[in-house]
Design a protein around this ligand. Structure first.
Ligand code: DAH
Length: 368
């Protein structure tokens, strides 16, 4: 670097000469640069700034003296003092910026924050449609005063079948239907639960009435995958036990649920059915929300006007006995629904396989 280049651009030789003629005592901003570069903290820089630009500085002194200069020199001297003051201030500010960056980095390092990861690069995912439906159904029932309960997926056969009044020769017990776990002791026979209903028995065993619960979770069956079956799928179980619960309470509850989940004018239809743990039992259809009562071209109901939704019934007294409740003191209803089925019906999804394919083109349509 040549000597000339080393000089502050704002301090040219003419200006220096002029300054001498004006007899001003001002620092050369370029001469201060080394000192400024050597300053390593904001506090030290503040000291420096005070010394060179503060009240006791030569710049401030010359400024104060301006009034004593002959009239014809005042303007030029003022201009020159300002020029030097601004040049020094500019260098101080520049150093301050650099120090601020360094000090922030040091304090973040001390706090352990890694700012090198660019968050914008990470795509933000969303809940799977199945989880969204579980959350929505749980919300509807908690709004009706229910609690959400949980139970194990690896379950004792007793809770999955016996406590739920399922006879020893029930076809569901066959290995062709249910996935058994190889667990030794016959009295502790274990399986992957074939439905979420065992949560009913577990909950009642642990809690006295009244009971108002829903229990979402996985269920397992020895099914081959096709458009409507998966060996692992989701159900939501419901159970209400109290004094004097009636079949009309069951229907009213399911109607309220269907109206909130599907459409406000949904109608519910119950058809007689059989489940071991409820008596009487019913299957529940909801009126098609997509067409006006069964248009033959409707892709949701296929023209029937009804959508098969879930199983339900009044809790069988034998179940109350199995869990230690007095069947003469309480009554109750139970219901169970398939989560995939709820989602498929509502969104017109044609195959249950979409839920496990992990195809983003499918999943991204349901960003909740
Ligand atoms: N557990 C039955 C199933 O998996 C569904 C069900 C029907 C549950 C009736 C219930 C009920 O609680 O009362 O098919």
């Amino acid at each position: 670097m040549t000597e000339e280049n080393n000089q502050d651009p704002e301090v040219d030789l003419d200006a220096k000469l002029e300054e001498m003629m004006l007899n001003l005592r001002l620092p050369d901003p370029a001469d201060l640069q080394d000192e400024i570069d050597g300053i390593t903290s904001s506090e030290a820089l503040a000291e420096f700034e005070k010394k060179h630009l503060g009240k006791g500085s030569s710049i401030a002194g010359e400024m104060r003296n301006l009034g004593r200069l002959p009239q014809d020199q005042r303007r030029e001297a003022g201009r020159r003092i300002n020029e030097v003051r601004q040049a020094v201030q500019g260098r101080v500010n520049e150093r301050q910026e650099a120090l601020t960056v360094q000090e922030r980095a040091a304090s973040m390092a001390a706090e352990g924050i890694d700012v090198t990861v660019d968050h914008r690069q990470i795509p933000i995912g969303s809940l799977h449609l199945i989880q969204q439906v579980i959350d929505e159904v749980s919300d509807i029932f908690t709004g009706l005063g229910y609690h959400v309960a949980d139970g194990p997926e690896a379950e004792l056969a007793w809770y999955n079948f016996d406590a739920l009044n399922t006879p020893p020769d029930h076809p569901g017990r066959l290995e062709s239907d249910t996935m058994y776990l190889d667990y030794g002791k016959p009295e502790d026979e274990m399986l992957l639960r074939a439905h979420t209903s065992p949560v009913q028995a577990r909950y009642m065993e642990q809690n006295p009435p009244p009971v108002y619960i829903v229990s979402p979770g996985r269920a397992y069956r020895n099914d081959t995958i096709d458009a409507s079956h998966l060996p692992v799928f989701f159900q939501i179980e419901g159970l209400a036990v109290d004094e004097n619960i009636k079949f009309s309470d069951l229907k009213g509850t399911l109607e309220e649920f269907a109206r909130q989940f599907f459409a406000p004018d949904t109608v519910v239809r119950l058809r007689p059915h059989y489940f071991p743990f409820t008596e009487p039992s019913a299957e529940v259809d909801v009126s098609c929300f997509n067409c006006d009562r069964g248009e033959s071209s409707c892709r949701v109901c296929g023209g029937s006007g009804w959508l098969e939704m879930l199983g339900c019934g009044m809790v069988d007294p034998a179940v109350f006995e199995a869990v230690g409740y007095d069947p003469d003191a309480v009554t109750g209803f139970a219901f169970g629904m398939g989560v995939e089925r709820l989602a498929m019906v509502r969104h017109g999804i044609d195959s249950i396989r979409h839920f496990i394919d992990n195809d983003l083109r499918f999943l991204e349509q349901f960003q909740g």
